[in-house]
Design a protein around this ligand. Structure first.
Ligand code: NAD
Length: 255
């Protein structure tokens, strides 16, 4: 059955591939991004976030069936908290009323296997308190730079665990889950993959037993399943899609 999907980050990489595959499957897709998209909105700003519900409602006719949140950045700067955590949370909260009117509504969010890497616990707590100004100021300290990406994804993952089970989400029939990709070959990771030194360190932190990195399509197919009616009973879960990296590194430690 034809469904209406909102895909953020649809201008590049995983979001772009997800939007393409959904369209090929005959669905209506409303892309959101700062570039190359149906709706141009900067999710790091209150203006971009606040404009979103009306712009989406106008294009969708007042309801949507699924939201796939891919927009993100990996800069060692506070913008990473602004987009990955606050921008994603604002997107989820502001589009919840449109999802509540949809059919078999689903939300699939891209977190990252990096959410299992070392992160700044104080920064995560501050982000979860909802104080964006204080969070971005705290995130601006030089020594935090290398922990910002993992912290943004750890905070986002915790927010999803906490909120997916609430009345507005699971209680309203909106099933929300997330995925944790390892390294995916996209414009975001091009420079990293070309940097031999950095890759050596990364491979130690995150081995890939499957023997290859993910392509955007690998990840898009999982997002599409999570956002489909066939995903009918999963709530608040993280699915790692990393060629075996998380299972290797964390092994028996979580059970
Ligand atoms: P990408 O850079 O190709 O795509 C990210 C998209 O987000 C871009 O189109 C960009 O314009 C958009 N975006 C950035 N800031 C925005 C803003 N302020 N407002 C609206 N849109 C904005 O990268 P990708 O690899 O496709 O990443 C997609 C998601 O997957 C991100 O959340 C990223 O953190 C996550 N992820 C990527 C990898 C990887 O290895 N590529 C691994 C784990 C998780």
């Amino acid at each position: 059955m034809k469904r209406t999907y909102v895909v953020t980050g649809a201008g590049s990489g995983i979001g772009k591939k997800t939007a393409e595959l959904l369209k090929e499957q005959g669905h209506e897709v409303i892309g959101v991004d700062i570039k190359n998209s149906d709706i141009i909105a900067d999710l790091s700003t209150p203006e971009g976030r606040n404009a979103l519900p009306d712009l989406v409602a106008e294009k969708s006719g007042g309801s949507i069936d699924a939201l796939i949140a891919c927009a993100g950045v990996s800069a060692p700067a506070p913008i990473t908290m602004a987009v990955n955590f606050f921008g994603t949370v604002a997107t989820l909260e502001k589009l919840q009323p449109l999802l509540a009117k949809g059919t078999d509504p689903r939300v699939a969010v891209i977190s990252s296997v990096a959410s299992t890497f070392p992160y700044d616990g104080d920064l995560v707590e501050l982000a979860l308190s909802g104080d964006e100004t204080a969070t971005l100021k705290f995130a601006g300290a030089e020594e935090k730079a290398q922990l910002l990406y993992s912290s943004s994804k750890a905070a986002l993952s915790r927010w999803i665990r906490r909120n997916s089970i609430k009345e507005e989400w699971a209680g309203s029939g909106i099933l929300m889950n997330m995925i944790g990709p390892g390294l995916v070959e996209t414009p975001m990771t091009k420079a990293l993959i070309e940097d031999e030194e950095q890759m050596k360190g990364l491979k130690q932190m995150m081995p890939t037993p499957q023997g290859r990195f993910a392509q955007p399509e690998d990840v898009a197919n999982l997002l599409i399943f999570l956002a489909s009616p066939e995903n009918s009973h999963m709530v608040g879960q993280m699915m790692y899609i990393d060629g075996g990296g998380e299972a290797t590194v964390r092994g028996d430690t979580i059970w």
